[in-house]
Design a protein around this ligand. Structure first.
Ligand code: MD3
Ligand code: FE
Length: 203
């Protein structure tokens, strides 16, 4: 089952469920090498969402700005490689949503503790602003906000459950989006948190 959010944005409900165990094992391996951390924004705020990365590039933020870095600034080592299950899932989901041949080079891993939100923003640090972003939700549910191309445009609320995958590309790639505060709960797969994998093509 899938739900269209826009001409080139759709939710693939439960698409990641057959991959969930392999994804969670991959997440453990990535986080053992590149631990979760709370980044600081250029404005000096500590982000509520805890983040890490894998792949050729990782998204980083500090007082100097946002950028993609081939190395983890915290360890000065390259980000861990994609676990194989990550690439398989991202490719199959992109294809199912009409984007065959998807080859992401970055994956941002987000952890939301209860009460954590992600304010409305655009993803604009990638050189490729047309290739899809593939987002995988694991653990506690969340409400995703899907907006327009200006910050003030009206938003629609999209519930995202464990195993849901969302693919956004082409015309819908630069929409504003965010996540409402995650409600407390306990999920058998992740415990007291929501995990989100976001695959991107940076270069
Ligand atoms: C919609 N993460 O990491 S899914 C992010 O659930 C981010 O952790 C959210 O927004 C999360 O930047 C939302 C990913 C997502 C990424 C790009 C989009 C959704 C998008 C671009 C256009 C519309
Ligand atoms: Fe985003």
């Amino acid at each position: 089952r899938s739900t269209a959010l826009g001409p080139q944005a759709r939710v693939l409900h439960g698409f990641a469920l057959p991959f969930a165990e392999a994804l969670l094992a991959g997440i453990d391996a990535v986080l053992a090498a590149a631990p979760l951390r709370h980044l600081v924004t250029p404005g000096g705020h500590v982000m509520q969402v805890a983040m890490s990365n894998c792949g050729r590039f990782g998204w980083c933020s500090d007082r100097r700005g946002y950028r993609y870095d081939p190395n983890d600034p915290q360890t000065a080592r390259p980000w861990p490689a994609f676990p194989p299950a990550f690439l398989a899932l991202a490719g199959e989901a992109a294809e199912a949503a009409g984007f065959p041949g998807y080859r992401p080079d970055a994956c941002l891993l987000n952890r939301y503790a209860p009460g954590t939100r992600l304010s409305l923003h655009q993803d604009r640090d990638e050189d490729d602003r047309v290739a899809p972003i593939v987002s995988v939700s694991l653990g506690l549910p969340a409400t995703f906000l899907f907006g327009g191309f200006a910050r003030g445009d009206k938003t629609v609320r999209v519930p995202l459950m464990h195993g849901d995958v969302v693919v956004w590309g082409g015309a819908d790639r630069m929409r504003f989006h965010g996540v409402l505060p995650v409600s407390p709960g306990l999920h058998p797969a992740t415990g007291e948190c929501r995990l989100n994998l976001t695959f991107r093509k940076v270069r």
